[in-house]
Design a protein around this ligand. Structure first.
Ligand code: ATP
Ligand code: MG
Length: 401
């Protein structure tokens, strides 16, 4: 067993000592079998949530209604979820009720793809009820059971499938693919938030191009906010170099370039996806930086405005435009900036107000930002005498306008 699982063995042992079954399940088992890095270790158990809470002194309720309790053990935490079935699905999304059961088989049957339906025992035995090991070896994504039924139960599974294509480079088994083709319209019932999570992961996958092609081919893209008229643009995006994005913001930036979504449409577009303000601002910055960078190398003023991280993120996108990344140059320019923030300017608004005895107004912001520009670009030394003297001549110009 790999280290991450070894660390969780005492948790498994305690559940078993209390008379219940416990298995490692989900993505971590799949990823270990693939030799990939794993992030979180999930445990499935025959114990009910209350029984788990009685066993462990430190737990957090993170989804009791779905049967999930977070167990804190030493410096780690484990999602421990009761075996469950998701019996009646009436609206193509989430089950009406989850029913806790004592049977592992029932729990594995409700999982989406065969490669996600393994259970791993603490002695290393793999329980593989649906020939997932074969699919893993053959790089196949196959729905557990009847794919039509499974996508009717929860249409998000189609988007999850596309996301796994992107992450793993697997291909859909033919019936699973046909079922996505036929049932794509069920995605209409799925909340934007859930689609957003999967699409974001899709953007970051190593096999993004293949996944985007399937997204268009199966017409699932029609149910992604704002994509309806951009099938062609998505296909162009899928023809770009197969370089992975380090962040979702980078992915959106390059996608918007292909779609011809300009600076002022970024916010409304991403709002439809319910993206966070942080992401929106990051995409706006990268989009601006990329436009500049396609014309000429980033200079001190742009690097100052973008900050180091976003400047480097822009450089990371240059290969898509057949440019050579200039990371070292960017780092050097950033390190040599006379100031990194406006607050580091030797004078501030108050200094200007006091010196000129004027009421605050537009002039103040204008003079300050001109001084900022001159200092950042190295045209003016950052000391108060120099800046106040320059402010005087700038002010004369501003007044004339
Ligand atoms: P990741 O590595 O991104 O976490 P994952 O496969 O672990 O991928 P999760 O969303 O963490 O995905 O879900 C854990 C497991 O729960 C999955 O491996 C799968 O067995 C099951 N699962 C999750 N969502 C669904 C769903 N919508 N339908 C059926 N089974 C699901
Ligand atoms: Mg997971």
């Amino acid at each position: 067993l790999p280290k991450e699982f070894q660390l969780a063995l005492p948790v498994m042992a305690q559940i078993e000592q209390a008379g219940f079954e416990a298995y490692f399940v989900g993505g971590s088992v799949r990823d270990i079998l693939l030799g990939h890095k794993i992030h979180d270790v999930d445990i499935a158990t025959s114990a009910f949530p209350a029984e788990i809470k009685a066993i462990f002194p430190r737990t957090i309720d993170i989804g009791i209604e779905h049967g999930t309790v977070l167990v804190l053990h030493q410096d780690n935490q484990y999602e421990v979820t009761t075996f469950r079935t998701e019996s009646t699905y009436q609206d193509f999304r989430r089950p009406d009720q989850v029913e806790f059961v004592r049977s592992l088989t029932e729990d594995l049957k409700r999982r989406d793809f065969t490669i996600n339906a393994f259970a791993l025992k603490d002695d290393g035995e793999i329980i593989d009820l649906f020939d997932g090991l074969m699919d893993l070896q053959e790089h196949v994504l196959r729905a557990v059971g009847n794919p039509h039924e499974r996508f009717h139960e929860d249409a998000l599974r189609m988007m999850r499938g596309l996301r796994f294509v992107s992450q793993l480079g697997f291909a859909f088994e033919i019936e699973t693919f046909d079922a996505i083709n036929e049932n794509h319209a069920l995605l209409e019932k799925i909340s934007v938030e859930r689609i957003y999570v999967e699409f974001s992961k899709l953007l970051l996958g190593k096999f993004r191009n293949q996944a985007i092609r399937f997204l268009v081919e199966t017409e699932c893209y029609l149910y992604c906010p704002g994509f309806r008229y951009y099938g062609e643009a998505l296909l162009r995006f899928a023809d770009l170099k197969p370089i992975s994005f380090a962040t979702a913001a980078q992915g959106w930036t390059v996608l918007f370039e292909q779609m011809g979504i300009g600076q002022n449409l970024i916010r409304p577009f991403l709002k439809k996806w319910k993206a966070s303000n942080d992401l929106i601002q990051e995409v706006q910055a990268l989009h601006w930086g990329l436009k500049v960078r396609q014309e000429q190398p980033l200079k001190s003023w742009e690097i100052y405005q973008l900050g180091l991280e976003n400047s480097l993120a822009v450089e990371a996108l240059t290969p898509f435009y057949n440019l050579v990344p200039a990371e070292t140059e960017v780092k050097d320019i950033y390190a040599a900036l006379p100031i990194k923030h406006l607050r580091e300017l030797a004078i501030n608004g108050n200094d200007l107000l006091q010196k000129f005895k004027l009421k605050p107004g537009k002039w103040l912001k204008e003079v300050l930002s001109q001084l900022e520009y001159l200092v950042v670009t190295g045209s003016l030394a950052n000391d108060d005498t120099t800046l106040l003297a320059k402010a005087e001549t700038l002010l004369a110009d501003v007044k004339q306008d």
